[in-house]
Design a protein around this ligand. Sequence first.
Ligand code: IPM
Ligand code: MG
Length: 366
Amino acid sequence: MRFAIAVLPGDGIGPEVTQEAVRALERVGQRYGHTFDLSYAPVGGNAIDRYGTALPEETLQIARGADAVLFGAVGGPKWDDPKATVRPEDGILGLRRGLGLYANLRPVKIHPNLMYASPIKPQVLANVDLVVVRELTGGIYFGRPKRRWSTSRGRRGVDTMKYTEQEVRRILRVGFELARRRRKHLTSVDKANVLETSRLWREVAVEVAQEYPDVTLEHLLVDTAAMQLVRSPSRFDVIVTENLFGDILTDEAAVLAGSMGMLPSASLAGLPVGGKAGRRPKGLYEPIHGSAPDIVGQGKANPVAAILSAAFLLRYSLGLEQEAQAVEQAVDATLVQGHRTPDIAEEGRPVLSTREMGAAIIERIQ
Ligand code: IPM
Ligand code: MG
């Protein structure tokens, strides 16, 4: 089969890890007889430097026209001035919004050979297998008004957390659908003791639960959820939450896996329906880590999250389940055989560069 893939490497280590993900796709193409037509496009800080905007219109068009988008990372100190009117992050936010990618899936599984890499005790990490479903196109990230201004009594700033019941319902449905296919336990995370948007969220969650009598719904306040994530993470199956809470909780959850460099994500315009004739939503696939300016160009970045994101791309947007598993098994075998980038290496043990780790994984794609 033939597929159009938009490749948006971005800034910092984005290009380094994305290159390995692209190599993994190419290997899959050779092994399984698919052609991936890759269209590279600028996004983030480098796009600001060249075009004055983090998301050039052409990049958005390329992303829209593709079967799926493979994304690296954006941002860096060069573009961090709080007074700047354009920001690299507008690139990814604009893509999420522009492509209607409201459902962000961030699964957290701990590789048994990597327990030492996490600051959390191994007995706490045992049996952790959870997925965070983060609402991605609403809430305080996008609500208006959003601005800063000066008054005679000093400076002011405002952000707006806003949700419609339709936005809440569709993301809750994604959470319930996923839970139904897993261990049938859904934790809805909010701050209903303080926030109106959260009280709306909770009300809608209870309504949607009627459609899923086979799934157990629990509500947790976000502060409690943050605590439970490090105290007893194995209690979670599927967590569904709004945009900002999901952003924060998934960085925390990444610590369980030992490194931000391990976790992939999928941002979808709906949940895929399985099977050959199944619906394949538009999707953007990116590691959950950022551009890591401190290690850029040093070959230290871990390409695993990017490569696993490519596996998600194969599964969710292209419907290539077998190929997705081949990539995941290659990552698994590489880790089992002890290959490590610096972020996940044990003290004093040999480490591989980004390129070497990528090559080790790619040669294991069967
Ligand atoms: C993430 C990132 C982004 C977010 C940034 C880069 C805008 O932290 O994907 O988690 O806040 O969503
Ligand atoms: Mg984040």
